[in-house]
Design a protein around this ligand. Sequence first.
Ligand SMILES: C[S@@+](CC[C@H](N)C(=O)[O-])C[C@H]1O[C@@H](n2cnc3c(N)ncnc32)[C@H](O)[C@@H]1O
Length: 365
Amino acid sequence: MATTTAPAASTPPRAIDPNKLNAFLGRAVGDMGAALHSAVVLMGDKLGLFRAMRDGKPVTSQQLSERTGVRERYVREWLKANAASQYVDYDAATDTYSMNAEQAFALAEDNTALDLPGFHYMLASLMRDGDKMVEAFREGRGFGWHEHDKDLFVGCERFFRPTYLMHLVSEWIPALTGVEAKLKAGAKVADIGCGHGASTILMAKAYPKSKFTGFDYHDASIESARASAKRQGLQDAATFDVSPAAAIPGSGYDFVTTFDCLHDMGDPVGAAQHIKKALAPGGTWMIVEPIAGDDTASNLNPVGRVYYSASTMVCVPASLSQEVGLGLGAQAGQKRLTEVLNEAGFTQVRRAAETPFNMVLEARV
Ligand SMILES: C[S@@+](CC[C@H](N)C(=O)[O-])C[C@H]1O[C@@H](n2cnc3c(N)ncnc32)[C@H](O)[C@@H]1O
């Protein structure tokens, strides 16, 4: 399918600027440390090492070993690795380690605005998928969300949920025109591409008079979402069904949401057209997408760096695996997303809110 051009056996030597080389290598060493530390973070999360330090009290490796049941020699090396990455603090005078409040907030506390280990589950899953993805790239075919190692779904929920917990009910919904009042009074809501249902469940908790249905084409994610709603006693308020976005059943939805998934779809225009038909007159669609500028150069920053890599490994392959395969990418930007929405007949599109990682668009007919 794809044509390949063999690289030349040898290329003519090019002049090296030692200062530029050193600067690049300095940066690369930082990246190597960060990349390797990802495995160390996962280890700490799975073994409860971060959580055992969240009280902030200094511990020796022996004390942390006793708290967690993990062999002292392993704990000692793990602590040094975390100190070198500044994920824990080290006091040389007492040879003890501690987590400051900020480190604990990001790595060890429940229900905060950040769950950093969740990100590393996603990363680990992509490493596991590596060879399969190389084949997909080589052959030029897509690689669906459902084809990934399951830690992508687990990590996605863990890493995205805290953002929704912090912003969705308190900021994003109130920033929309007239939606909060409808939800408080009782509205019919579809959360499309809901994954493990974190957003659906948070909304169902906040607006008990409304009825929420989460849809996703990935059956295993829908099963997890159902189980999660049941665990929280919300199985009636938040129900879940397997469906691609372009075919969700029902009509008369007062409010439709898509969280970080429109750009993953192969045919976002087709999905948008279907959403337009499914909305009640005067209904609103809230589209949460990665924050991005409208051109490549404006996304070459730390946040865009995270997103472009995620987009290369997850979002573009996901879209290419589906019909049409538009491949918007995670950094499509508001202008391109608005074109998609306009093409489907949404004439009113505006940015209602944003965070350093997300933009929230409101689309109405
Ligand atoms: C990055 S995840 C986001 C999941 C969830 N909305 C969240 O924010 O945690 C993208 C989701 O879109 C779903 N998805 C991709 N294409 C879809 C389609 N055409 N129809 C429905 N769901 C789709 C995937 O299965 C996946 O659950």
